[in-house]
Design a protein around this ligand. Structure first.
Ligand code: NAG
Ligand code: NAG
Ligand code: NAG
Ligand code: NAG
Ligand code: NAG
Length: 757
């Protein structure tokens, strides 16, 4: 900026407690801006309390409150806590050299904790960079100021040269000045077009009412703070404006002159319009403009520096005219301002500050040129801003990936919680959670988190049809400096993937029983496995005497014939037909996901099966009988009950316990049914002994059933006379060492005995 020159600061040592020795470097910054001195003091340099004094020939003056405003001084802290002073070139105590160079001696007075004061004197000297316009108006934060050229008629009348030089402005002459204020006659009346009345006051009285009236070589000026006695408010295009309408009457030579020193400043607040901060001001400020308006121009600036059109576009600022109002829109967080984060009742929010000013230039029918400056520091406080979570999960890579942002510099990620496991940033990588900060060109940043679907802290749920849902439950814990307030952002990510390999079962029949081979799948802890209706666990393996063999990708076991888990299907001369069925149920939903059945036929010589429905199946072998028996000629006690099938020396009977001559006897709470398979040889003629009552062959067969209660299937091997199922000794093993390797055989012991069929 050409018009932004850093002035040299002279350090004076005129004061008793001068601090020249300890004058700090880099703590003060001074600039000559368009129409004011600008001074800032670093926040870290400020004492327990502090103030500005100014010194001129008449002595030291303390700047504070209303008097400072009326004198043209504005002080405040910026968003970084630095102290900023803006003093008008036309302010009180400024040494003015012909309206073209200005000097001010400012003292920063720091008071420490014990009340001791140290002064730091700063001599500010500024030349004028741009000539004064006929009329200039300043709407500062705490005051309004207007300065106008003294419009003196040309002294070109002939015959006046002999006259002595007129007296320069004297205290005496100044005292004769009058100010005519125009005030609405009835404040309750029509605000849009109030009827005005005049009130003429001498300068001293106006001064007492808070109006600083002054004059320089070429200009007259009026300054007052907001809300002064003779000001009034009006609405222009729904925008609130404070105005002072005044004319100064003064004598020049022997002529009475007048200068319009009216003021009008907008006093509306900025508002939010979507993501933009909206500031409106009226195109025409009625108290200041006598239409028609010509050659109007608007420029924007930040922190005292005017921005080029290009910079305005770059920063996304927008200026538009809408229904007689000018609308300035500035994106929240835009360059030029500063963002501060806060946590308010658990909600993340941001405040935004921008030290905006605008300059308007215009021509109207009264003034050749008016320059109007308005200082409008914008602040939007505690705007809730929920961070945005971008889900970039890549299913084909099996990777959860999220970006949370964006955050200004005062926010950093302190902890991350995955499935209720909290870890600091440094620990996350070791735990298999990848974290990274993603910087953006505009200075803000976001956080990237990545973790694999297979991570132990990612939960899995089976959905059926080979689909599973991976769920990552996260909480980002962010810390906001400088207070380290914590903000928690919870998020849940899910991905449904058809990647479940179900276990595979292969069955075969071996001489000793049914062999099952279980090939592991990918989600085996999800399944509850049942073998013939019994939950497969270590107890069942012990109880059933299953021979187990484990490999890395499968395990096999043999369910012995007549063992637990085997089911009877039928008996024929080909053998005993049994099945072993295995089912896989989802532990959570109990839905049957998979089932497998292996059927085997075991060759048996003799067997007796008592079925619960009163049927008896019996296979008899007469090979050891001598002389040989013809199986097809055997029968039960009732000779009409003959075998249903015979082959070689074997015959198979099937009959009901209430037929074929079966005898039932009650023994305690059981009924014992008995019958016999007999052979009456068809002896050759002449050798038949009619009185021989005994058959050649007789084998007792029968069943025992409870009188009351459920009848169960029982199988007997007649020679051994051992009933099946049988009970093995109970071995108490709480945890089998092979549990981990065999996900199917886990779980608790189960009481109760297996049913036989
Ligand atoms: C900064 O850039 C990021 C990424 O482009 C954007 O999301 C964020 O809103 C920007 N921040 C501000 C304050 O403009
Ligand atoms: C996922 O990652 C693969 C391999 O890196 C890539 O080809 C694919 O485009 C990514 N998909 C998405 C949705 O990002
Ligand atoms: C962050 O995690 C660590 C353990 O990794 C824990 O000790 C600490 O309390 C956590 N901090 C917060 C703010 O949750
Ligand atoms: C995130 O992205 C994944 C993969 O594209 C998708 O399956 C999931 O529904 C998305 N949303 C959440 C909240 O996880
Ligand atoms: C069987 O039940 C009947 C009727 O319920 C009863 O009268 C009888 O005593 C029971 N018999 C035995 C042996 O329990």
């Amino acid at each position: 900026m050409a018009d932004r020159k850093v002035i040299c600061v002279l350090l004076l040592c005129l004061l008793p407690n001068c601090a020249t020795d300890t004058m700090p470097i880099g703590m003060f910054r001074t600039e000559c801006q368009d129409r004011h001195f600008w001074l800032s003091v670093k926040s870290i340099f400020l004492g327990q309390s502090f103030r500005f004094d100014v010194q001129d020939v008449s002595g030291v003056h303390t700047l504070s409150g209303q008097a400072a405003a009326e004198c043209g001084y504005n002080m405040g802290l910026d968003s970084w806590g630095n102290l900023v002073l803006r003093a008008s070139y036309l302010a009180c105590y400024v040494a003015n050299e012909k309206d073209s160079a200005f000097q001010l001696l400012v003292l920063l007075v720091n008071r420490d904790i014990v009340g001791e004061e140290t002064s730091y004197p700063l001599q500010l000297t500024c030349p004028l960079h741009h000539p004064w316009k006929p009329r200039e108006i300043v709407c500062e934060e705490n005051y309004m100021e207007v300065s106008a050229m003294k419009q003196v008629p040309p002294a070109n009348q002939m015959g006046m040269e002999w006259m002595p030089t007129p007296p320069v402005m004297s205290e005496e002459g100044f005292r004769e000045w009058r100010v005519v204020f125009h005030v609405p006659s009835n404040q309750q009346g029509d605000v849009a077009t109030p009827s005005m009345r005049e009130q003429t006051l001498p300068v001293e009285i106006a001064h007492l009412l808070g109006y600083r009236i002054g004059t320089t070589d070429n200009r007259v000026l009026l300054r007052c703070s907001y809300g002064s006695r003779l000001s009034y408010k009006l609405q222009e295009k729904d925008i609130e404006v404070e105005a002072v309408s005044a004319t100064i009457l003064f004598k020049h030579h022997w002529t009475l002159l007048r200068a319009d020193v009216s003021l009008a400043c907008t006093i509306n607040k900025a508002s939010m319009d979507g993501n933009n901060i909206l500031l409106r001001f009226p195109k025409v400020l009625a108290p200041l403009i006598l239409p028609p308006l010509r050659n109007e121009r608007l420029r924007l600036g930040v922190e005292g520096v005017v921005l080029s059109d290009c910079m305005i576009r770059q920063r996304g600022y927008d200026i538009q005219e809408q229904d007689g109002a000018v609308e300035i829109r500035i994106p929240f967080g835009a360059e030029g301002g500063s963002i501060k984060s806060q946590v308010v009742e658990g909600q993340y929010s941001q405040s935004f500050f921008l030290d905006l000013f605008y300059i308007r230039l215009w021509q109207d029918s009264q003034w050749a040129l008016t320059e109007y400056r308005s200082f409008r520091p914008l602040s939007i406080l505690y705007l809730p801003k929920t961070p945005i979570l971008i889900n970039e999960t890549n299913v084909s890579e099996g990777l959860f990936s999220v970006i949370l942002g964006s955050f200004p510099r005062d926010v950093f990620l302190s902890n991350i919680t995955v499935a209720s496991k909290s870890m600091a940033w440094g620990e996350a990588e070791q735990m298999g959670v990848h974290l990274a900060q993603v910087p953006f060109p505009n200075g803000s940043h976001a956080y990237l988190l990545q973790t694999h679907f297979s991570h132990p802290l990612v939960s899995q749920k089976y959905l059926g049809q080979g689909y599973r849902r991976y769920t990552l439950a996260l909480t980002f814990t962010l810390s906001v400096s400088p207070q380290s307030d914590l903000y928690h952002y919870p998020a849940t990510l899910e991905a449904d993937v058809q990647d479940v390999v179900l276990p595979r079962v292969k069955g075969s029949c071996s001489g000793k029983g049914v062999r099952l081979q279980l090939h592991y799948g990918t989600m085996d802890s999800q399944w509850e496995v049942y073998l013939g209706g019994h939950r497969l666990d270590w107890e069942l393996v012990e109880l059933g005497g299953y021979a187990l063999e484990t490999r890395s990708d499968y395990f096999s076991m043999v369910v012995p014939l007549y063992g637990l888990g085997m089911a009877y299907e039928g008996l024929s001369l080909q053998g005993l037909v049994v099945t072993v069925s295995m089912t896989f149920e989802d532990r959570e939903t109990s839905r049957k996901e998979l089932s497998f059945t292996q059927r085997c036929v075991f060759a048996v010589k003799e067997l007796l099966v008592c079925l619960p429905d009163n049927t008896v199946l019996v296979m008899v072998d007469s090979s050891s009988v001598s002389p040989p028996v013809e199986p097809e000629l055997t029968s039960l006690l009732d000779p009409t009950c003959v075998p249903i099938e015979t082959e070689g020396t074997r015959s198979l009977y099937s009959f009901s316990l209430d037929t074929c001559g079966t005898v039932a006897t009650l023994e305690e709470d059981h009924i014992v049914y008995t019958n016999k398979v007999q052979f009456w040889p068809n002896a050759p003629f002449g050798m038949k002994t009619l009185n021989s009552p005994n058959p050649q062959f007789s084998i007792p067969v029968g069943c025992i059933h409870p009188v009351n209660g459920t009848r169960t299937l029982t199988i007997y091997q007649p020679r051994a006379l051992q009933a099946w199922p049988y009970i093995r000794a109970f071995h108490s093993h709480h945890q089998h060492p092979g549990t981990q390797a065999n996900p199917f055989i886990q779980g608790q012991k189960r009481n109760g005995l297996p049913a036989g069929g």
